[in-house]
Design a protein around this ligand. Structure first.
Ligand SMILES: [Zn+2]
Length: 358
């Protein structure tokens, strides 16, 4: 039986600032949130130019003495380097300025150092910008997200994000649309494994996916406001994960497929498609297995200009089939794939029927 009185505890972002030019308000946001005087700004070599320097000057204008560190990769070694910097310089807040890697390193190093972090996304490519999860590469573990904390604040400057390559925005849509199958897997795990299921978190996550499916035709045209729609949906997905206390509302079998493809591409030494691109294609196939309307997912991704086939993902079709047969082993997460996963024949048929391969 469901235990409604069981304790459930979660954290949410305290402040979300979104809009054109909001990056210049970061200093003020830090003052209002009452952070100490020593912030650390993390960025990579590109994002320091397009946003990091603006963040530094906004902080300086408010009397902060910010330090900066350039992030090269999202590895545990990199996290350790940031942790050392935090200790040595008495840092009291970390700002992650960039895409996935920088935000993930900021998130994990801040959590480990027990200080808050601010997410300053420069692209709308996945929901990690607002989620309590982070993807950090460790040598011997399979790639998947680890538990961290949500950002204390998110400052999303739509003017900066609009200048990022369109491919990133399309990938972000794939990550959001994939919530549709993630929630179905969650419901299944609840029914079959009696896993905790939160109706509110599930509804919020599904709503984000529905919004993008409905507006798919408008996103590609670069309609003013499309960046904002995608960014708000990504933030909602992250918040749904915060409320659920796990990545369940936004990560099901389609995410296992994405993690499996990352693993295969890494071993084969070929370039991985973007996270959201893989999840979008995974979601088409998992929706077919759920018996749902997979065509509407495929059509929406197509309208947006996100990949819907192995060819568009620019990977060999044999990798898609291999990923489908191994993805249930990636982590202990009950999904439509069951405990035994798909046979090679079933995987091949699935990819053909959904026209992911031809
Ligand atoms: Zn994702």
């Amino acid at each position: 039986m469901e235990t409604y009185d069981a304790q459930h505890r979660f954290q949410l972002p305290r402040e979300v600032v979104i809009g054109r030019g909001v990056i210049s308000q970061i200093g003020k946001v830090c003052v209002q949130l009452g952070f100490g005087r020593s912030p650390l700004v993390l960025a990579d070599e590109i994002t320091i130019e397009i946003a990091g320097n603006k963040v530094l000057s906004s902080l300086e204008e408010q009397g902060f003495q910010p330090q900066k560190l350039i992030i090269k990769d999202s590895t545990m070694a990199q996290v350790k380097e940031v942790e050392k910097k935090i200790r040595d310089s008495n840092i009291n807040v970390v700002l992650g300025v960039g895409g996935g890697k920088v935000v993930d390193v900021a998130k994990v190093s801040a959590v480990k150092s027990h200080i808050p972090f601010i997410s300053v996304p420069t692209a709308a490519s996945h929901d990690g910008i607002s989620s309590p999860r982070a993807s950090i590469k460790e040598k011997h573990s399979l790639p998947h997200s680890i538990a961290a904390k949500p950002p204390t604040a998110i400052v999303a400057d739509t003017e900066i994000i609009a200048k990022a390559p369109y491919r990133l925005l399309a990938a972000g849509c794939g990550d959001i649309i994939s919530n549709s199958t993630a929630v179905m897997d969650w419901e299944l795990a609840h029914k079959i494994r009696n896993e905790y299921y939160g109706e509110y978190a599930a509804a919020l996550s599904k709503m984000a996916a529905k919004l993008i499916l409905k507006r798919a035709h408008l996103i590609r045209t670069g309609m003013p406001g499309s960046v904002r729609i995608v960014m708000e949906a990504l933030i909602s997905s992250g918040v749904a994960m915060c409320i659920a206390g796990s990545s369940r509302p936004a990560s099901g079998a389609e995410h296992l497929f994405s993690h499996a493809l990352d693993k295969i591409c890494r071993e084969a030494d070929c370039e991985s498609p973007l996270h959201g691109e893989q999840c979008g294609v995974g979601s088409i196939m998992m929706m077919y297995l759920h018996g749902g309307d997979w065509r509407s997912i495929k059509d929406a991704l197509h309208k947006i200009g996100a990949p819907t086939t192995a060819e568009e993902l620019r990977i060999d079709k044999k990798y898609v089939i291999e990923a489908l047969t191994i993805c249930h082993q990636i982590r202990d997460r009950y999904t439509i794939l069951g405990e035994k996963g798909l046979t090679k024949e079933a995987a091949t048929r699935l990819a053909y029927v959904t026209e992911v391969i031809s």
